[in-house]
Design a protein around this ligand. Structure first.
Ligand code: MIG
Length: 843
């Protein structure tokens, strides 16, 4: 049957339809009390469901019964007799969308590129545009049961009873939807899916617990979570994306719904994952790949990649709530330099503002900000300052952001049509409706004055948004956001995307203002896809050992959820660390892309010198290691842009077929695919357990000693130890001399560290890397890509061969062994010709 001409329809048994009619009538009466007129008299906090409330209500819901299957332009539609429909679009991946049959498809805040409404979306990310849905011919078969609809790689099979939908790739069932265990109730939906036998459930962005979420119930609702602990949920960011790895393949699921959503990861032990939303459609994208990396490549192609930060963003960052006045900022900077503690960034937290008014600088605390930033720049620092979403409602003084914003009508309105208010630091505030393109266009240029004062980068905080004086601690859930396509959605429906749209407004505005330079922007909140605009820190952690350990799987969870530029407040935000904890945190923090020391107000300082000379020296060594690694961090950010792979990742991400890697300690992870990091996270530790992946040996970067792959080792540590190992088939971009900041350094020189351990015969070592390079400061890579060379060592011969056209290139290349001993150097750097070096006599 040619479905384009005549959609095939299968009517199911009467019994099934009748059962559903009953369920529908039960459901609509329940709906009247929950969502009807009487609902609005309930306090907002009771209408905003937590996980217990949601799963409890779903116990009363009715299950949908499929009554027909028909072909659509892009796949198939399963119509249910409660008036809902499950649309399945087949292509490079599968999109399964369960909504009311006639519901419009709203804009996506996660998927990059222009969304198309027919279910065929194309995402453009970086230099590659990725077509997500490449449809083959569809054919519909209904005799005999089961019914089969086939297109592209996938097949949809609906059973004769209308209670189970199978999504198959070849003969294998990728995922089955259990309609009998799915539920709907007055606009809320819960879909029960069978992911097959998995090794666990991974991803979900920022979650406070182990990497594997099996058995947990999670919620997505961006929340200011000061004082969070292991198990606190939800937190600041919502990324409803996860991996269900199986022996043969890895399944990836992404729920594109920025409202209040829920996941139950087989807490009942019945093999089902339950995915729910309080509002809007259950819009699921299913990805299936050979391994987790293949799934992430697809997910990050859909939702976009993190653009390269300016190089200084990869250096050490010193922050505090808050450094002021001006002289204090200069004093901190001078002390960092005097004490030779390499640093690139110093932060201005909210107190630099005049009475917390965004885009102002308090003239009492900062009498000459331009002079201050001039001096900081001269010392090799960059300055990052905070901007919050709450705008102080100060009319009397003519505060231009408020008065101008009022005139332009840019603030979010309540359901009564008046501006929606909430108290934050400045007192009563209004909140820009960043969902509107014209509001984003209004917001961007506001940064001009701060840039003119010499501020280099920005930090968007409190953008869940966090509000002090409402029961829900955020904007009214009935507030109305107007969207780019002219539609409106309530805050309840799009809450999680508020932070994303704020950083989008900031990023796009800043990029316009600074031209060719790269934007540095840090955010606390966001929805899937916010990585297109901002880096992310793990919020208000606490200075205790639990948090030092916890922040590692949290950062890795973000990292494998498409957010590569991650880190935690080094030393802990709340409370004060003991010296040993602070020292260990400086060491561990050096091993994450975002390396920032930050802490709350209080009587105790947290700069590296605040804990005595020994901790200061431990900190200095950690910082020096960080600055030696900078060429590697640059390389890994470039690899991320090119492939979607994150700089830090769990061991199983690189070694999925090795069962040991799924159970290794959570303080063990990979930096790229060639460095194994095992920072010390336990008080008084005399050793750390290390599980070396098999397939190669591992060279200790501190001692240049080799460890065999596939072994478990109790590795002795002392207070100086930062256990770090290189794969003995890899070559690392590195740099040996320590420096005080990135200024004038890393973008023009590199060390190529060969995996030649102590006592190794160089001729016996084979290793390679593809070196990526760019100018280190502009956005030219977005259009011109990177310079690339394949570097290969074999039999004592080193070959460096350009791949494609060569643009910016290192001007000095030093070849060293694992201990850092120089073997050769290319004083003219690299160019567009191949280089051959015989290293046989070099040692
Ligand atoms: O209500 O700007 O998470 O890093 O220092 C607290 C002050 C507001 C919360 C951030 C924290 C920052 C603090 N902010």
């Amino acid at each position: 049957m040619n479905v384009k001409k005549r959609p095939g329809t299968l009517a199911l048994g009467l019994a099934a339809a009748a059962a559903l009619l009953l369920a529908v009538s039960g459901c609509s009466s329940a709906g009247a009390s929950a969502g009807g007129a009487s609902g609005y008299s309930q306090p907002e906090s009771s209408r905003l469901l937590n996980a217990t409330g949601f799963f409890g209500k779903m116990g009363e819901g009715a299950h949908p019964v499929a009554v027909s299957l028909s072909a659509t332009k892009t796949g198939a539609r399963v119509s249910c007799s409660d008036g809902s429909a499950i649309d399945i679009s087949l292509g490079g991946n599968i999109r399964l969308r369960w909504a009311a049959a006639r519901e419009r498809v709203p804009l996506s805040y996660a998927i990059s590129g222009e969304p198309a409404y027919d279910g065929l979306r194309s995402a453009s990310s970086g230099d590659a545009a990725i077509a997500l849905s490449r449809l083959g011919k569809l054919s519909l078969r209904k005799e005999p049961a089961p019914v089969t609809l086939a297109g592209s790689r996938f097949t949809v099979v609906l059973d004769a009873a209308g209670s189970r939908i199978e999504l198959r790739e070849g003969a294998a069932v990728v995922l089955a939807v259990d309609l009998e265990r799915s539920r709907s109730l007055s606009g809320m939906r819960l879909l029960a899916v069978e992911p097959g036998k998995t090794t666990g459930f991974y991803g979900f962005g920022e979650k406070a617990g182990a990497l594997d979420k099996k058995g947990m119930r999670l919620r997505m609702w961006n929340t200011d979570a000061y004082g969070y602990r292991t198990g606190s949920d939800p937190l600041y960011v919502s990324i409803p994306f996860f991996y269900a790895p199986r022996a043969d393949r890895t399944l990836g699921l992404f729920l594109d719904n920025p409202g209040n959503t829920f996941f139950d990861l087989d807490s009942a032990g019945d093999g089902l994952v339950r995915i729910g939303s309080q509002t809007g459609a259950l819009d699921l994208y299913l990805m299936s790949g050979a391994d987790p990396a293949a799934v992430l490549a697809e997910y990050s192609g859909m939702t976009g990649r993190y653009p390269l930060p300016p190089e200084w963003g990869l250096g050490y960052q010193q922050s505090r709530y808050s450094y002021y006045p001006q002289d204090r900022v200069l004093e901190i900077a001078q002390t960092l330099r005097d004490k030779k503690l390499p640093t690139d960034v110093i932060y201005l937290d909210i107190d630099y503002m005049e009475r917390y008014k965004c885009f102002t600088i308090d003239p009492n605390k900062f009498p000459d900000p331009a002079e201050m930033t001039r001096q900081l720049h001269e010392m090799g620092f960059h300055v990052v300052s905070m901007i919050d979403p709450g705008i102080k409602t100060e009319f009397e003084t003519g505060y231009p952001v408020y008065v101008g914003g009022l005139k332009e009508g840019v603030f979010t309105r309540g359901k009564d049509g008046q501006n929606a208010y909430g108290n934050v630091w400045p007192g009563q505030c209004v909140f820009p409706d960043f969902f509107q393109p014209r509001v984003r266009a209004w917001w961007g240029p506001l940064y001009r004055d701060l840039l003119d004062a010499g501020i280099d980068g920005f930090w968007n905080d409190m953008n869940e948004p966090s509000v002090f004086n409402t029961a829900t601690k955020t904007l009214s859930i009935d507030a109305v956001h107007r969207e780019a396509d002219g539609n409106r959605r309530t805050h309840l429906e799009v809450h999680n995307a508020y932070g994303s749209e704020m950083v989008r407004a900031s990023y796009e505005g800043l990029q316009k203002l600074i031209g060719e330079k790269r934007v540095f922007l840090l955010t606390r909140a966001g929805f899937a896809g916010f990585q297109r605009y901002a880096a992310k820190w793990t919020g208000d952690n606490t200075s205790n050992w639990e948090h030092l350990g916890l922040n590692i799987p949290m950062a890795l969870g973000l990292s494998i959820s498409g957010v590569p530029m991650v880190g935690a407040d080094v030393g802990g935000y709340a409370k004060t660390p003991e010296p040993e904890l602070f020292a260990r945190w400086m060491q561990a923090g050096a091993l994450f892309p975002l390396y920032r020391n930050h802490c709350e107000k209080g009587p105790y300082d947290q700069e590296p010198w605040s804990f005595g000379p020994e901790v200061e020296e431990i900190s200095r060594r950690a910082l020096e290691l960080r600055y030696r690694m900078l060429p590697l961090w640059n390389q890994l950010m470039r690899e991320h842009w090119a492939s979607g792979m994150p700089p830090v990742r769990p061991v199983w991400f690189t070694y999925p077929s090795e069962s040991r890697s799924w159970s290794c300690p959570e303080n063990e992870f990979m930096i790229g695919d060639a460095v194994l990091a095992v920072p010390v996270t336990e008080k008084g530790a005399a050793s750390v357990k290390i599980s070396f992946p098999s397939g190669s040996g591992w060279i200790d970067l501190a001692t240049a000693r080799r460890y065999a792959g596939g072994t478990d080792v109790d590795y002795p540590v002392d207070k100086w130890s930062i256990p770090l190992f290189m794969r003995d088939t890899a070559i690392l971009p590195w740099w040996t001399p320590a420096r005080q900041s990135v200024e004038g350094g890393h973008s023009d020189r590199v060390e190529l560290k060969l995996p030649v351990a102590r006592g190794d015969r160089l001729e016996g070592v084979s290793a390679s890397v593809e070196l990526l390079w760019d100018d280190g400061e502009t956005t030219a890579y977005r259009s011109s890509g990177f310079s690339r060379w394949t570097v290969r060592l074999s039999g004592g011969e080193l070959d460096i061969v350009p791949v494609g056209a060569v643009g910016p290139a290192p001007k000095l290349v030093v070849i060293t062994d694992a201990a850092g001993m120089e073997l050769a150097r290319l004083g003219d750097g690299l160019g567009s010709g191949p280089v051959h070096l015989s290293l046989k006599d070099a040692r």
